[in-house]
Each structure stands twice: as C-alpha cells, then as structure tokens.
Design a protein around this ligand. Structure first.
Ligand code: HEM
Length: 406
C-alpha cells in the first residue's frame, strides 16, 4: 500500500491501525537539536549492535551445550563446521561483542567531551553506566562459554579477585563459582547469566536510558539550553531555517540511519574478512585445568582496568582498591565535574587538557595491559595507573576553578 504524498507516517498508521497517539509520540512529536554531529548517531548504532548480538546469540543457543565436557566441541566443531552458516552467526556474535565496546567507549567519551552527563541529564548517564557494567558482565560471561584455555583461566583469575574482599571474600568466591574451583557448576551458572539474566538487565537499562532522554532531550555541540517547545512551534509555523530543532522523524532518523548503514558496511567487512581480531588464538585450545597459559590477559576492552589492577605490582591490596575505584569512578562524573556550565571540552580552559590526558592515559593502559608486567613495563603501568587515579582527584578542583572563566 503506497503512502499518499500528503500523508506522514503517523497518519498512515492511524488510518490503518488507529494508533496515531502512539506513533505521534514515537515519531512526530519528538524534537532534536540541529546543532549535532554524526557522534549523536552512535546511540542507534549501539541499539543495532545489541539487536545483532541477540539475534545471532539465539541461533548459537540452538546448538551450544553448557557442559564442560561438550561446550568446546559444540562451538568449535558443531557450530563452526557442521551447522550451515553456523560460522557466520559465530563471527557476527564475536565481532559484535568486541565492536560494541569500541562504540560504547566512543558514545561515553562523546558524552564526557560535550558535558552531556550533567544539568538534568544525570539519569541518562547513570542508566548508561548501568548498561556499561552489565555489558562488561555479559562480555566476561560470554568469554567463558566456549570453554577454551582463556575461558577457563580468565574465569579463574577474575573470580579469584573477589577473594580479596575482607571477611566475606573466600566464601564469596565459592558462592560465585558454585564449587571450590571453576567447574561445570560455574559454566552452567555463567551460561544462565549470559543468555537470560544479564540480557534482561541490559534491556531494562536501555528502556530507562531512552525514557530518561525524553525530558531533557539530547545535548548539542555548544551545550546550548534550547526551548524545545518554542523552537518546535517555529518549525511547524514554517520557519524551518531559523528553528534550532528538527523533527525526530523523518529528519533526524534519516541522518541516523545513514550513519548506521555506513557502520554496517564496516561491521560486515570485519565479519567476513577480519573476524580473527575478535577471537583469541589460545581459546582455540580446550580448557586444561593442569596447564596455565604463560600469559593470561582479558579481552582488549578490559585491558585498561586490568592494567590499573596490575599497576600496583608491589601490593595486591592496593591494586585491588585501585581496580575497584577504576570500575566505579565514571558513575560519579556528574558530581566530580563541579563546573555547572554545559559545553564542549575545547571551550573549557582546563577540562580540555584533562579530557585528552585521560584518553592518552587510557590508551597507554590498554597497550601495557596486554604486555607482560616485567621490567620497565611494570613501572610504566604503575605510572599510568597513578595518573588515572590522580586525574579523578583533580577533576573537582580544576572544574571548580573554571567557573566564570572562558
Ligand atoms: C546499548 C547501549 C546504549 C544504547 C542503545 C544507547 C542509546 C542512546 C541513544 C539512542 C541516545 C540518543 C542519541 C545519541 O546521543 O546517540 C543516547 C544518548 C546518551 N547516552 Fe546512550 N546508549 C547506550 C549506552 C550508553 C552508555 C554506556 C553511556 C555512558 C555511560 C551512555 C550515555 C549517554 C548519554 C550521556 C547520552 C546523552 C547524550 C546527549 O545528551 O547528547 N549511553 N544513548
């Protein structure tokens, strides 16, 4: 059924299904600032990646066996070699699981750069951080499922960390593992978390994230406080050029879908030609409880916090405290940044340096997180870890000093 020229999509749905109120809310009555760039499309890129992960995951679930005796073969033999296109679903899932973290980091640091986490947008930020933590748990539990050497040993190292928590630590480790050692019980419970519990948490948190976005609307490149109702009236009255907003549908969505399409070309290029980066060669060896790999490291997206843990090589306790701080500190961004003005980093006298030092430091931590922590590496890792922590100590001070300064 073709859409007549005079109709918009909301009218089209209303005439056929009688759901105009809903489509109006969803499509026509949401306004977006004009002054935004392609980085504001990464939220939709994330939603697309999450959908791809769920769909490819459901197909993998049809053949995967959550049993230490069968898991490795069910992935590496059944899915990869016997099931038609099984390899495709595995590659889509593995590449999406890796790339989603790259996109989450871009999305997070865009928000930090433009100050989109403050002034009424705190709830968007907090729900985003909940998504990030849930995705981290999802990545970790998924890494265990093929039951390869890295799956087993990473589970061993990470679950062991909880043992350092005072008083309850040792019991907590046994409770998490479901056994005294990482075993079949551990694999089965991480499977349940990976395919059901954590995806539900992620879906709930995404719902909250979207809901939280409705009232303050998205920020813009200048951090300008826009009167959306007045600007929307201007737009509807025909003064489209001078209005500072554009309708969500179809204008903003057209831009968003353009970016998503470009991203999908890049994504499927990786899936078909460069999927190797998303899988660790050592994980193609079945888990062997008697043979520790010479060098255990997590996936690239956890390397920065892993390096903060190892950075304090002379004290495991200090390393663990620093690691706990590193994982929680970003939640506090809206309160650590004491400059109430919203604006891009390049217009803030001190924050612009803070932001880029943080990025360089995080890249450095990621690079050194993969190297063996011996010789000079250990000291560089220590320096980078201390710098990371100090950046968050000085943020409230420098942001307060910025008030009133251009
Ligand atoms: C699957 C994960 C996620 C999805 C689907 C998602 C989706 C979206 C969408 C559609 C937007 C509006 C447009 C845009 O700016 O892109 C948005 C904005 C935002 N997101 Fe996310 N997001 C996710 C994860 C995160 C994470 C991990 C954080 C940070 C911790 C975060 C923080 C924000 C903030 C602060 C905004 C407001 C940006 C602004 O006002 O300009 N999001 N998100």
């Amino acid at each position: 059924m073709a859409i007549k020229k005079s109709e918009n999509l909301a009218d089209w749905f209303d005439q056929r299904l009688g759901i105009k109120a809903l489509t109006k809310v969803l499509m026509t009555e949401y306004w977006v600032p004009k002054n935004i760039n392609f980085l504001w499309s990464f939220g939709l890129v994330l939603a697309t990646l999450f959908t791809l992960l769920v769909i490819s995951g459901i197909f993998l679930l049809m053949y995967y066996k959550p049993d230490t005796a069968l898991a490795f073969d069910s992935v590496n033999y059944t899915i990869m070699q016997e099931v038609e296109y099984g390899w495709l679903f595995r590659h889509i899932h593995a590449v999406a699981a890796s790339v989603v973290f790259l996109v989450i980091y871009i999305h997070m640091f865009t928000a930090i750069y433009y100050g989109s986490f403050k002034s009424g947008r705190e709830m968007i930020w907090i729900s985003g951080m909940v998504i990030f933590v849930a995705f981290s748990a999802e990545g970790f539990s998924g890494y265990m499922l093929p039951w390869g050497q890295m799956s087993y040993w990473a589970a061993q190292v990470i679950t062991n960390l909880f043992g350092a928590i005072p008083v309850i630590g040792p019991d907590l480790v046994v409770w998490i593992r479901g056994d005294y050692v990482v075993s079949d019980a551990t694999l089965t419970r991480f499977f349940a978390l990976h395919v059901l519990v954590i995806p539900l948490v992620i879906m709930g948190a995404i719902g909250l994230h979207m809901y939280a976005l409705r009232m303050p609307h998205v920020n813009n490149q200048e951090g300008e406080d826009i009167d959306f109702e007045a600007e929307a009236r201007k737009f509807k009255a025909g003064d489209k050029k001078r209005s500072k907003v554009m309708p969500f549908w179809p204008t903003f969505m057209a831009e968003d879908l353009f970016v998503v399409s470009g991203f999908l070309i890049f994504f499927f290029y990786l899936v078909f030609y460069h999927y190797g980066f998303a899988m660790d060669a050592i994980n193609f060896l079945p888990a062997d409880t008697m043979k520790t790999p010479p060098h255990i490291y997590p996936e690239w997206y956890f390397l920065w916090s892993y390096e903060v843990l190892r950075g304090f090589f002379f004290s495991m306790d200090l390393g663990l405290i620093a690691f706990a701080i590193a994982n929680g500190i970003f939640f506090l961004m809206p309160w650590l940044d004491r400059n109430p003005a919203v604006g891009p980093a390049h217009k803030r006298p001190y924050f612009k340096y803070w932001f880029w030092i943080l990025i360089v430091d995080l890249i450095g931590l990621t690079v050194y997180g993969k190297l063996p922590p011996t010789g000079a590496n250990a000291y560089i890792g220590f320096f980078l870890s201390v710098t990371f922590l100090l950046l968050f100590v000085i943020l409230p001070i420098i942001s307060k000093m910025e008030k009133g300064k251009k």
